[in-house]
Design a protein around this ligand. Structure first.
Ligand SMILES: [Zn+2]
Length: 54
């Protein structure tokens, strides 16, 4: 993957999971899963969709 911002071809894949409890012990829980690409050169972040559009 090449960074659309600075052209550096070394984007790093990052992901993050989180669960939101809403203060209730029995749920409902919301599960969030984020994935993105991050450029170590300029620090820009891109989603898959943004990279496809670039
Ligand atoms: Zn970059």
């Amino acid at each position: 993957m090449i960074c659309p911002g600075c052209g550096k071809p070394e984007l790093l894949f990052k992901e993050h999971d989180s669960i939101e409890m809403h203060g209730l012990e029995c749920g409902p829980y919301e599960h969030f899963h984020d994935e993105w690409w991050e450029c170590p050169e300029c620090g820009a972040r891109f989603t898959d969709r943004e990279l496809e559009a670039a």
